[in-house]
Ligand binder design. Structure first.
Ligand code: 5GP
Length: 114
């Protein structure tokens, strides 16, 4: 079954898309945790990091390059930002379509809540 992110990528569900190419789509998180909170999502449906294969290596590297370019456009390259990929339940993953969070625009604090 298509995930909600696949429906966003196909345009079935509207979203604030900031970047798109043949491999990834990036759009603003509907419930942002920081002034900049963008999700970078492979167009190909991969459920979790645990489902990644060697064939996906270039795609995953591309996601980081896209994140860096978006951060620059968002004006947060100098102040810095955080990239997060949650995996399965202990990782806090809610949507089972692999995605990278780009967060910035404020001091994000410690990496994990104690
Ligand atoms: P996860 O917890 O799986 O790493 O992150 C899922 C993220 O997707 C959450 O930050 C949540 O706010 C965001 N999200 C869930 N549904 C939608 C949606 O329909 N549109 C957008 N733009 N973001 C969504």
């Amino acid at each position: 079954m298509a995930t909600i992110f696949s429906q966003i990528i196909s345009g079935e569900i509207p979203s604030d898309i900031v970047f798109r190419d043949d491999r990834v789509t990036a759009f603003r998180d509907i419930n942002p945790s920081a002034p900049t909170h963008i999700l970078i999502v492979p167009n190909k449906e991969i459920a979790t990091v645990d489902d990644v294969t060697g064939e996906d290596e270039a795609l995953l590297g591309h996601m980081i390059v896209v994140a860096k370019d978006i951060a620059r456009k968002e004006g947060i390259s100098e102040s810095g930002y955080r990239l997060i990929i949650n995996c399965k339940s202990d990782g806090g993953q809610e949507i089972f379509h692999l995605h990278m969070h780009l967060l910035g625009g404020k001091r994000l604090g410690p990496m994990l809540a104690k």
